[in-house]
Design a binder for this molecule. Sequence first.
Ligand SMILES: OC[C@H]1O[C@H](O[C@H]2O[C@H](CO)[C@@H](O)[C@H](O)[C@H]2O)[C@H](O)[C@@H](O)[C@@H]1O
Length: 615
Amino acid sequence: MTDTGPGLIEDYALLSDLRTAALVGRDGSIDWLCMPRFDSPSCFSRLLGTEDDGHWRIAPTGEVRSVTRSYRDGSLVLETVFETVDGVVRLIDTMPPEQDHWDADTRVVRVLEGVSGQVEMTFRWVLRFAYGDSVPWVRRGERDGQECVVALAGPSAVALYGDRLPYRVPGVRAHEAVFTVSAGERLSWVMEFAYSPDEPPAPVDPVAEVARSEAFWLDWSSRIAYDGPHADAVRRSLITLKGLSYAPTGGIVAAPTTSLPETLGGERNWDYRYCWLRDATFTLLALDNFGCTDEALAWRKWLLRAVAGDPADLQIMYGLGGERHLVEWEVDWLSGYQGARPVRIGNAAYRQLQLDVYGEVMDALHLARERGLGETPDSWAMQRGMMRHLETVWQMPDKGLWEVRGPDRHFTHSRVMLWVAFDRAVRAVEEFGLPGPVDRWRELRDEVRDEVLAKGWNASLGSFTQYYGGTELDAATLLIPAVGFLPGDDPRVLGTLEAVARVLKRGDLVDRYETGPGESEVDGLAGVEGSFLACSFWYVDALALAGRREEAQAMFDRLVGLANDVGLLAEEYDSSSGRMTGNFPQAFSHLALVNSAAVLFGGHTREERDRGGVA
Ligand SMILES: OC[C@H]1O[C@H](O[C@H]2O[C@H](CO)[C@@H](O)[C@H](O)[C@H]2O)[C@H](O)[C@@H](O)[C@@H]1O
């Protein structure tokens, strides 16, 4: 077969074992997999290069007439059905989450079933460790009487067990098997990551592993307390958010990929396999809003651990285990997704000052209190430490929530979120009787509010602007009513909604700010980018909070339709090509979808569900 490169971003489906994730294309090829953690080096990297950078495809050898895909209901067990002229086959893919032993082996399970006729299949396995840089030593092995293929290179090893194990293709650094599957026949494979190259991990029963994975997800998704409009999309988004969580610590990755471009062919390529306080906070609020309280508790634990120490050292993002150094570097041997270079590992944004993060964390912990998640001895102490530090830095310009790589500015959204931080601190004292310098916090809250209304508002534009003194707009200012800074029907909020509609909205898609030639190039990057999907959902929320519910619901109905065939959304959408862009699937987009559903239709809290009621 000729190498056609990776598929469209929307051609991929997610597998996750709550420690790492794989992306499977419509062509039956796993093109992205990092083992054993989300942020480990990838061993399949076709997504960011070519077939030779690593992939694992199981697909009909000949022409495929149609491909249909779906997840088994409520789960991350993916079924891909290939129809060919000779018959139909079903490929079942999953990564079983380990419920009790989080240090257990990470594995990918693939089961192939003949549905009708007889179909010739090609199984191709190209393993490359270290983001495609390291060709392993591959040999036949054996454990517990079962043959396997073991691939080793440096610290990494995997073992492949299965019914038809591939053989080395002469003269090519790939392993292949060609065989026929008849109706009623079932073949299966398991690929496991091994820490010790001396002994392959013990073989497991693939069919039982699929059942175990499905049972885990069904049990988890049965706790989702929502059966309102677009229930399938909301449930799929929540399952996706759960799939982006790292169970051993409670951290949540912004996305399981790096360097899927925000601009096709461009340089806006970032590594999202880390935990942003902002994204994780929004995610946990979204999960908790739909009854997934365990995840909210796990996140708080992760947060307390990650930010422990001197509040002056607070970062805007951390590694999955709370690691602080996420040094950015470029992988010069990968050609990038459809040529979009550079491919970046690590993310220099970890060193940025983004003041909105303080507001987001204070807001999340305040909501946790309001929802009765209970206090921990450390959480208020940590918040007070954060507030003490904020009092020393709040006047500084920052990089804003969009993490611009241009100059620091007083971004209006950051300033609004500072108000949120001081406001939630005041309310913790007033509403929950917690100790703190409430008079000082009140004064600072009022000072920031006056400042935003004086400097962030531009009367001639009739809108809040992106930063003090600027004339450009920013979709993040749509969040002003959602955080309670001004009511949804305040004339300044309505003016901002109108201005965003005029300048940043194309159809239903909303850009986060203006990019490209002629703009102020606030982000310090070349080129234009697609529309940021979360901003479109924020627009829906702002419409609803302005009392324009019908319009909001109609727009939400259309936005939900942008998800791919298995309900997944990337970070951005390029309306000119009609393609998804940016990292995939992205927590920000999915959490914005479920939060809009909560605004429009009401989330169901666990208490309400337990009482058998509806929010
Ligand atoms: O486009 C510029 C920036 O893009 C990334 O940041 C975006 O993703 C983050 C994670 O989802 C999100 O928290 C942030 O608000 C987004 O702007 C990237 O990580 C940055 O390094 C980059 O400057």
